[in-house]
Ligand binder design. Structure first.
Ligand code: COA
Length: 258
């Protein structure tokens, strides 16, 4: 079904592995098409409760946009490419089901941007993050200038954007770019365990959290007003009745996503 992705569904967690290890999983046109289709699948397949994006091989999550596709681009084509990347990454960010990056090596350029578009990030100790586009006479095009500032603050983001300096997993954790550092061997299990917990909660409430939290950085939206609306929407769900009743009856809630 996918040319550049390996996928598997384990206990409601859809694991998407970008599979171009000989090119350090660089994002070419085919990866973009496949990622876009994968988000559609996550949204539409009821058996998928959440997803993990990771990279094939021991070296890289994603080492950036595929630089070999840049040679033929003029200004308009480059702008169209950036728009396509931004649109797909926005679909990941706004997906109603959690999508987590399990960063298993280099997350550079578009790879760092992809990880930042996910709802949060877990990384193995060999991970390296950075936006090295200025080395190529470029700037990030898939939302990196915006999300890096959002996640680690303007001062440090400016330094990383302008210096092309790479940071390791421990520094990324200190800066708040990632939530946990694991060994390479435990990365996927650790990430799955977090998602097993999230998957046991009410899915519509999870979707409401994503929508409201994303509104913080969306100037077209009033996040507080959206929170009121989502809070109200939650009261109209069967799962809210089940959750509150189960609490009062001192039993575990069984959520249905309704
Ligand atoms: N686009 C296209 N191909 C890439 C790539 C990218 N972003 N990143 C790595 N590759 C390819 C290399 O060209 C090489 O292919 P080859 O074997 O056919 O020559 C292969 O992946 C392995 O990479 P290599 O550079 O040999 O590995 P390394 O361990 O010496 O270095 C990096 C690893 C990540 C430091 C280095 O590959 C790199 O700097 N990549 C580009 C990072 C970047 O600038 N990303 C932002 C793009 S906008």
């Amino acid at each position: 079904m996918y040319q550049t992705l390996l996928t598997s569904l384990e206990n409601g967690v859809y694991i998407i592995t970008i599979n171009r290890p000989d090119k350090l999983n660089a994002l070419n046109k085919d990866v973009f098409t496949d990622l876009n289709n994968a988000v559609t699948e996550i949204e539409s397949n009821a058996a998928i409760k959440s997803a993990i994006i990771t990279g094939a091989g021991p070296k890289a999550f994603v080492a950036g946009a595929d630089i070999s596709e840049f040679g033929s681009l003029d200004k308009n084509a480059a702008m169209a490419l950036a728009k396509r990347g931004q649109d797909i990454f926005a679909r990941i960010e706004n997906c109603t089901k959690p999508i987590v990056a399990a960063v298993n090596g280099f997350a550079l350029g578009g790879g760092c941007e992809l990880a930042m578009a996910c709802h949060f990030r877990v990384a193995s100790e060999n991970a390296k993050f950075g936006q090295p586009e200025v080395n190529l006479g470029l700037i990030p095009g898939y939302g990196g200038t915006q999300r890096l500032v959002q996640l680690i603050g303007k001062g440090k983001a400016m330094e990383l954007l302008m210096s092309a300096h790479l940071i390791d997993a421990n520094e990324a954790k200190q800066l708040g770019l990632i939530n946990y550092v694991t060994t390479a061997e435990t990365l996927l299990d650790h990430t799955k365990k977090i998602l097993d917990i999230i998957n046991s909660k009410a899915p519509l409430a999870i979707a409401g959290c994503i929508k409201a939290a994303n509104a913080v950085h969306d100037e077209s939206k009033d996040g507080y007003a959206l929170e009121i609306e989502e809070f109200g929407n939650a009261f109209a769900t069967e799962d809210m009745k089940e959750g509150t009743t189960a609490f009062l009856e001192k039993r575990k809630a069984i959520f249905k996503g309704k």
